[in-house]
Design a protein around this ligand. Structure first.
Ligand SMILES: Nc1ncnc2c1ncn2[C@@H]1O[C@H](COP(=O)(O)OP(=O)(O)OP(=O)(O)O)[C@@H](O)[C@H]1O
Length: 306
């Protein structure tokens, strides 16, 4: 099985530390969301894993090997870093055929990935005529070409239309379910929440979190319960007896903070409070991420520009 291993990785550009003593492992069989604000070091880390830059210190390996030592790297790691990497005067098909030939990948894979990424119908058009979303799909096609065990995508949903966003979400889940190692950077929290099992969060080049997504949310967002009742007085009295407070939202809706739906449901039932609706509000990735940014002063500091 192929893991991506980052060990004490540091990258300095002049006096600026883009990546600062970073250690984490991206494991197979799950999709890992790679989060952090602009300038946090996500792209630099991915570039270091791909051997596109040399680290100042530390190591980054794929399946235990530095990328540069892999003879046919596309067969091990597929990556999308920059959707403009294909030459504009080439057709998508030719671009993929060149990549396939240089990595001893069967030519039939070109047609397979063109189909898989939904650009087969435009594969004979010059890439220069492509929309951002089409170039993004071509970049993903290139990443999948070698049927790699590890896939690393930088902002893959960039430029995709709503249908494309659903497609990429399902693709990422499928790749993880096939046992591949999947690392995906994004600024879109709802999008990340829709595919990620695990999160690695950076702030100013440092590791801030490396844990299952559910644990990340539960640790940062207190659960709440939404209740609709025609008897507000009975609701307030019942939750108050258990040390909770109900806050009114109008239209008969109330929120009970810091409480689990199982507990509120039971206590309202025991107290005979009429309940028309009862909903768990378990918190979102966006709430948890914003909570982290609010508590990490360094994390929220603006990245200095060169
Ligand atoms: N080639 C370079 N030369 C100098 N500084 C660089 C270079 N590449 C990146 N940096 C700096 O390193 C830091 C990390 O940038 P990086 O692009 O890795 O962050 P990121 O998390 O991917 O950000 P974004 O979400 O905006 O893509 C930034 O301060 C950036 O300006």
């Amino acid at each position: 099985m192929t893991s991506i291993d980052v060990r004490n990785l540091t990258k300095e550009y002049g006096t600026r530390r883009a990546v600062d003593d970073l250690t984490f492992t991206v494991r197979p069989g799950r999709a890992t969301g790679f989060l952090g604000p602009n300038g946090a070091g996500k792209s630099t880390t991915m570039r270091l894993v791909l051997g596109l830059d040399r680290p100042t210190s530390g190591t980054a390996t794929v399946g235990g090997h530095p990328y540069r030592t892999l003879a046919e790297p596309l067969r091990h790691v597929g990556a999308l870093l920059d959707s403009d990497s294909a030459h504009g005067s080439r057709t998508a098909r030719d671009h993929l055929r060149v990549l396939a030939a240089s990595n001893r990948i069967a030519a039939r894979r070109v047609d397979e990935v063109l189909e898989e990424t939904g650009i087969a119908a435009v594969a004979r058009r010059r890439v220069g005529t492509y929309s951002l979303g089409m170039r993004q799909r071509l970049g993903i096609a290139a990443a999948l070409l070698g049927d790699p065990e590890a896939v690393m995508l930088d902002e893959p949903a960039n430029g995709l239309d709503p249908e494309g966003i659903v497609w990429i979400r399902e693709l990422l889940r499928r790749l993880a379910a096939q046992g591949r190692t999947v690392l995906v950077s994004s600024h879109l929290m709802n999008e990340t929440a829709s595919f990620a099992d695990h999160l690695v969060v950076l702030g100013r080049g440092r590791l801030l979190a490396d844990l299952p997504m559910r644990d990340f949310i539960d640790a940062r967002v207190q659960p709440r319960v939404r209740v609709r009742t025609p008897d507000a007085a009975a609701l307030r009295a019942a939750v108050a007896r258990h040390g909770h407070e109900a806050v009114e939202h109008g239209d008969g809706y109330w929120t009970v903070h810091h409480a689990r739906v199982e507990d509120v449901g039971r206590l309202l039932s025991d107290a005979g409070v009429p309940v028309l609706e009862l909903t768990a509000d378990t918190g979102t990735l966006e709430q948890a991420y914003l909570d982290l940014t609010a508590t990490e002063t360094e994390f929220t500091a603006q990245p200095q520009e060169a």
